[in-house]
Design a protein around this ligand. Structure first.
Ligand SMILES: NC(=O)c1ccc[n+]([C@@H]2O[C@H](COP(=O)([O-])OP(=O)(O)OC[C@H]3O[C@@H](n4cnc5c(N)ncnc54)[C@H](O)[C@@H]3O)[C@@H](O)[C@H]2O)c1
Length: 316
């Protein structure tokens, strides 16, 4: 799919991360934010991401010089081919902003919202052309994590198909929801895990550093390769035993392997959680952790691409 200019509306953490991703794909990128201070943040984000982007591979012609910033929304949207909206998560403000974007762009241009959980059904409600507004939900940072979740496609088939083709052409993995639901897929799973982490903390089972390590070096190292259902499938010695294995999972779900349904983290627990993250895991700030995340995930993506190619070769 050929498309030259992309507009990122909202230039915070996610908007700047999208700009770095689209830049790596060799596109002209214009970033708009209402705050002029985001210009420096954008340029710093791209500069810091460069080693990672190079590791992942730059498309022909990709260059930070092709990323521009403006506080003028109309200028940012002039002749654009795709809009990625990543403004603050506020449903009324986003709905109003999307209506503005809709009024300022050609009607065949897709408007994708990075929203972490709102329904496209709400966000498109004030647009003249609601059928081109969808959710295109990334994971932080979009230049590193390949998944983008598309939601709202049932009432915007053409837009969802063209967004899928566009995102794939830039190197994203696309998963489309058949039906919209708050939080989509990835965040619902992340929140289920967070709920369990908070429960373990409330029960003083381990500190957050140990819980993080138990997730990262245990279940999650496999989740980077395949999802939990594929992982569980390999938990049975033989496929014919998988029914029995699932009975065991059902028993474990019933017998207290997860937080009780009545568990609701209160304000005091959330405060304790925030304090422990900042004083423990986060005590050295974010820079080192970010470098580790970027180098680690880029390395995993490269290794996975090789492992998948080997697996396909040996299967054929
Ligand atoms: N932070 C994450 O991990 C994450 C992950 C996936 C999706 N998201 C979603 O991405 C979106 C942006 O989140 P973020 O973390 O980048 O927030 P952020 O606060 O870092 O950035 C939001 C930016 O939007 C700008 N903005 C607000 N209203 C605007 C308007 N009307 N016009 C232009 N710019 C405007 C703000 O000035 C700010 O720079 C949210 O919808 C969020 O739910 C966030």
């Amino acid at each position: 799919m050929t498309l030259n200019k992309v507009t990122c509306v909202g230039g915070g953490l996610i908007g700047a991360g999208w700009a770095a991703h689209f830049m790596r794909a060799g596109l002209d990128v214009v970033v708009h934010d209402q705050s002029a201070e985001r210009r420096d943040f954008l340029m710093a984000t791209i500069e810091k991401a460069m080693p990672t982007l190079e590791k992942l591979g730059l498309a022909d012609g990709a260059s930070p010089a092709r990323v521009r910033f403006t506080t003028d929304l109309a200028e940012a949207l002039a002749d654009t081919g795709f809009v990625q909206e990543s403004a603050t998560e506020d449903v009324d403000a986003k709905t109003a902003l999307i209506a503005q974007i809709d009024a300022l762009t050609r009607e065949d241009v897709v408007i994708a919202s990075s929203s972490s959980g709102f329904l496209a059904e709400n966000l498109r409600s004030r647009a003249r052309h609601p059928e081109r507004v969808i959710i295109g939900h990334p994971f932080n940072p979009p230049f590193l994590v390949p998944l983008v979740e598309i939601a709202g496609g049932a009432l915007a088939r053409k837009a969802a198909d063209s967004a899928t083709a566009f995102y794939r052409s830039t190197g994203c993995e696309v998963v489309e929801l058949e039906r919209e639901i708050d939080g989509y897929i990835g965040n619902r799973i992340q929140f289920a895990v967070l709920r369990e982490v908070l429960y373990l903390l409330s029960q003083e089972v381990a500190d957050l550093e140990a819980i993080d390590r138990a997730i990262a070096t245990g279940p999650a190292i496999r989740w980077a390769v395949m999802g939990p259902s594929s992982v569980f499938f390999l938990g049975a010695r033989d496929p014919s035993l998988y029914g029995e294995f699932v009975d065991l999972l059902a028993h474990e779900l019933e017998s207290g392997y997860t937080a009780p349904p009545s568990f609701q983290p209160d304000k005091a627990l959330m405060r304790k959680y925030a304090d422990e993250v900042v004083r423990g895991i986060g005590s050295r700030g974010q820079a080192d952790l970010m470098d580790l995340r970027n180098a680690g995930v880029a390395g995993i993506r490269k290794a996975l691409a090789r492992a998948r190619a080997d697996s396909e070769k040996s299967a054929s």
